[in-house]
Write a protein that binds this ligand. Structure first.
Ligand SMILES: *Cc1c(COP(=O)(O)O)cnc(C)c1O
Length: 377
């Protein structure tokens, strides 16, 4: 039986041909394909300026710089995320302040934010875990009240909507990722949606050595930029993927519906059955507390039976870099409980309905073994 990964990109022949065209064209780095992809992304973002980078991590770090976040500033975020979310906060010299999650949505609990705002708080970085948007109405009400910049870590939520409006088409700074695991990919890559051409100009400088080019062939360098531009090779992949994003997300929704039906009887906490806002980037279940210690064993047993599961994510504040930096460990009971029990089941558009049956049947068997203590392998 074929090994089932928890995710896999789906690249069509047309996209492969478009990549070959770029390779033959003689122009491989940032060029016409990047501009075309930026324009297409901007169209989806309601005409707001969008610029590409070689990762969402780079885009998020540049977003923090554009927002003026620096040493001495505090930035509120969640600890249940990929470490990139808070690594970029450290990278600009600021301090991440972790707020606990709501255990049902697994997203930052906005009710807890007021209590951690200090005179040094400058921004909030919400994360749409599994592609479920953090409540944008409450987020921007809160940000407005405390005068915070919002840098949306929408790395996982391409094509997701908040009350009918696509993410990126409103709000402050919004970063998407095009890593191969995300709902659309460029191989590696990301982008930032911004508020003005002025911010977009800053982004262009930051992503390429702080350089501004002039018509006479000369240039100036007036700030310390990095090297984070995307290639046209990658942008050609992205154009092929963006064309199919809605189709991909629709297929993910269908597969998620099948999981709800087939997992109903199992002792697992399912995600909120929200088919209005999210893009079903991941289908994540929680093990019962009594099986938390055996999560590794469960993953191993599933792998032996040809199915990969993921852990997204170990709590950031428990990793040694963060534990070392913090004078007191933050009190995040829901984050810790969920991080210890969460599992990502396979979900990607090219999956067959029969794959869902196979995952749920195998999971039923393996859970039965673990719960009864009987191992019949
Ligand atoms: C993937 C991801 C990132 C980083 O994206 P890259 O393109 O790999 O840099 C950041 N935050 C979250 C929540 C992610 O899932």
């Amino acid at each position: 039986m074929e090994f089932l990964p928890f995710t896999r990109p789906d690249i069509d022949d047309e996209t492969i041909a478009a990549v070959a065209d770029v390779l033959r064209s003689g122009w491989l780095t940032t060029g016409p394909k990047c501009r075309e992809l930026e324009a297409a992304l901007s169209l989806r973002a309601g005409g707001r300026p969008v610029r590409l980078a070689n990762s969402a991590t780079a885009a998020l770090e540049m977003a923090l710089r554009i927002a003026g976040i620096q040493s001495g500033d505090e930035v509120i975020t969640t600890s249940l995320s990929w470490v990139a979310t808070s690594n970029v906060i450290l990278a600009v010299g600021a301090t991440p302040v972790f707020v606990d999650i709501d255990p049902t949505t697994r997203l930052i609990d906005l009710d807890l934010v007021d209590a951690v705002v200090t005179p040094r708080t400058r921004a909030i970085v919400p994360v749409d875990l599994a592609g479920f948007p953090v409540d944008r109405d409450r987020l921007y009400e809160l940000a407005g009240r405390h005068r915070l910049r919002v840098i949306e870590d929408a790395a996982q939520s391409q094509g997701a909507r908040w009350r009918g409006r696509e993410l990126g088409s409103f709000g402050d700074l919004v970063a998407f990722s095009f890593h191969p695991n995300k709902n659309m990919t460029t191989g590696e890559g990301g982008c930032l949606v911004m508020n003005s051409e002025e911010e977009a100009g800053q982004f262009e400088k930051l992503r390429l050595q702080g350089v501004t080019r002039f018509a006479d062939g000369t240039y100036d360098c007036d700030l310390l930029g990095g090297k984070a531009n995307l290639t046209d090779i990658a942008a050609a992949i992205g154009l092929g993927q963006l064309r199919r994003l809605d189709q991909f997300n629709e297929r993910r929704r269908e597969l998620a519906r099948q999981y709800f039906v087939r997992l109903a009887g199992l002792p697992l906490e399912l995600p909120p059955s929200d088919f209005e806002h999210g893009n079903w980037h991941m289908f994540q279940v929680l093990l019962p507390a009594k099986l938390a210690e055996q999560r590794g064993e469960l993953i191993r047993m599933m792998r032996e039976r040809g199915i990969a599961l993921g852990v997204h994510y170990p709590a950031i504040h428990r990793t040694s870099l963060y534990a070392r930096q913090m004078s007191t460990l933050p009190h995040l009971p829901h984050t810790e409980s969920v991080a210890a029990r969460i599992l990502t089941l396979p979900l990607f558009p090219a999956m067959h309905d029969s794959d869902i049956e196979r995952v749920t049947a195998t999971l039923t068997k393996v859970l039965g073994c673990l719960l009864s203590g009987k191992f019949d392998r």
